[in-house]
Design a protein around this ligand. Structure first.
Ligand SMILES: NC(=O)c1ccc[n+]([C@@H]2O[C@H](COP(=O)([O-])OP(=O)(O)OC[C@H]3O[C@@H](n4cnc5c(N)ncnc54)[C@H](OP(=O)(O)O)[C@@H]3O)[C@@H](O)[C@H]2O)c1
Length: 433
């Protein structure tokens, strides 16, 4: 075994000392012999917004940089680690500065990679330096390496995942405790599981960033965040969680990417997954991923998608790859050959759906709803009616057989206009998996 003093030391400049940055510093401090690749990673400089903020890790002995761009460019920085976050601003400026200076970059920033991945990959490849982002998707679960490297010998048809732990926690708690979305969200904020501004998480944007990255890696295209169709969990009601369960489903925020001969479809929306499906069983803050490939068949992985320890482990693995000299294109293929992302029109997609209508409790209403669906060519698979105590009207719920989304939404609009229908109909998709 190589002695410590024979190992080449690598100065690691760490910008961002929040949850992930502090996790990485603690890890490197406790593992002076890191990395497994035969080099020796040490923290050569740090940057954050406030130098005086109390931190779980002593930074007094580390060179401090007010400006992360200066840290990225410093001679002492041989590997630049960006843990600031945000698709633009200081994170992007510092990553660009590091790449332009010919420094390998490791980042956990999904927004940056999903929104600017193609241009950053081109810059990294032009400068012949790695740009690695294992921690950006599913935290501690090696999803990026799995899709980019281990599965490159197969043709991936679809990826679906629970990629946001906060949403999964909220939906799990709503089902377990019978509390509303708003109630569980404010508790999660109090406990520090959800951000003060939860929009990125509960609005589905964080999951959309992650599935955009996985789609690019799996389908050999440039990440195209603008093509993702996004719906969050803000409108998920307890009633739907209960009705879905009675029908044999659990509501999850599923991020999916599918490929067909017509193109690709990337989207995030609340989805009914059969109760016995692995995605339905991943509860709490867990992340889970389900992949279908031509030759491999089906793969399922789950694990911690966030937190200082798991995310820092993924960042450390990327640092080890840099030290080992591992080199491949940033995405599946060289940046200048990445195929353009060809989005499929979702209205043409066939799928099953869950529909809930709040109707007046009077004769003939159910017949009117089913006739409208039948006229439009939507066939009903199952039907459920449950009087709810004290509620105005009666909710009726049904699931459909597979139908084109455009046909379904037109039929739902017509039903919404029936005089006996009291509220906006609720439409949720049923997982195709
Ligand atoms: N948290 C997770 O579990 C997790 C999981 C996977 C991926 N990620 C990704 O990892 C990245 C970091 O996340 P985090 O949760 O660690 O964020 P965080 O706790 O909010 O920390 C952000 C850090 O960036 C620093 N910062 C902000 N503006 C800066 C500036 N202009 N110059 C220098 N430093 C600046 C902050 O400084 P101050 O401390 O002085 O305010 C803070 O230390 C994000 O891209 C996130 O999406 C996080």
């Amino acid at each position: 075994m190589m002695d410590l003093e024979d190992r080449k030391p690598w100065g690691v400049g760490v910008a961002g000392l929040g949850t992930v940055g502090a996790g990485l510093l603690s890890f490197l401090d406790g593992n002076p012999a890191f990395a497994p690749a035969g080099g020796l990673a040490y923290v050569s400089g740090v940057s954050a917004r406030s130098r005086s903020r109390p931190r779980p890790f002593d930074i007094s002995g580390l060179p401090w940089f007010d400006d992360p761009v200066a840290l990225a460019q410093a001679d002492s920085t041989e590997i630049f680690v960006e843990l600031i976050g945000g698709s633009d601003g200081p994170a992007k400026a510092a990553v660009e500065a590091a790449l332009k200076a010919g420094k390998p970059v490791v980042t956990a920033n999904k927004a940056l990679i999903a929104e600017h991945g193609a241009e950053l990959a081109a810059l990294a490849e032009e400068m012949d330096v790695p740009l690695l982002f294992e921690a950006a998707v599913m935290g501690g679960v090696p999803a990026v390496k799995m899709v980019r490297e281990a599965l490159v010998g197969d043709e991936i048809h679809s990826i679906s995942g629970i990629l946001n732990g906060t949403c999964n926690y909220i939906l799990t708690e709503m089902e377990a405790t019978g509390r509303s979305f708003a109630d569980v969200l404010s508790e999660a904020q109090r406990l520090g599981y959800a951000e003060a501004d939860p929009t990125m998480d509960v609005g589905g944007f964080d999951a959309a960033h992650k599935i955009t990255i996985l789609a690019a890696l799996a389908f050999g295209c440039a990440p195209t965040f603008g093509a993702a169709e996004i719906e969050g969990i803000e409108q998920v009601e307890l009633l739907d969680i209960r009705m879905a369960k009675d029908l044999g489903y659990r509501i999850k925020l599923v991020a999916s990417a599918e490929r067909s001969m017509h193109g690709a479809l990337v989207r995030v929306h609340p989805t009914l997954a059969p109760l016995d499906h692995p995605l339905a069983r991943a509860g709490g803050a867990l992340n889970a991923l389900f992949i279908e490939g031509e030759r491999i068949g089906r793969i399922f992985v789950q694990g911690p998608g966030a937190g200082a320890g798991p995310t820092a482990a993924a960042v450390a693995a990327d640092i080890a790859d840099v030290i080992a000299g591992a080199r491949r294109p940033v995405f599946q293929a060289p940046a200048d050959t990445l195929a353009p992302f060809d989005p499929i029109d979702p209205s043409k997609m066939l799928g099953r759906a869950y529909l809930r209508f709040l109707v007046r409790d009077e004769p003939g209403v159910i017949a009117a709803v089913s006739e409208t669906l039948a006229e439009a060519g939507v066939s009903i698979e199952s039907f459920l009616q449950k009087p709810t105590e004290g509620a105005q009207g009666v909710p009726i719920v049904l699931t459909t057989h597979a139908v084109a989304e455009s046909v379904l939404t037109a039929a739902v609009e017509r039903i919404a206009g029936l005089p006996a229908v009291l509220d906006r109909p609720r439409l949720l998709r049923i997982a195709r998996i």
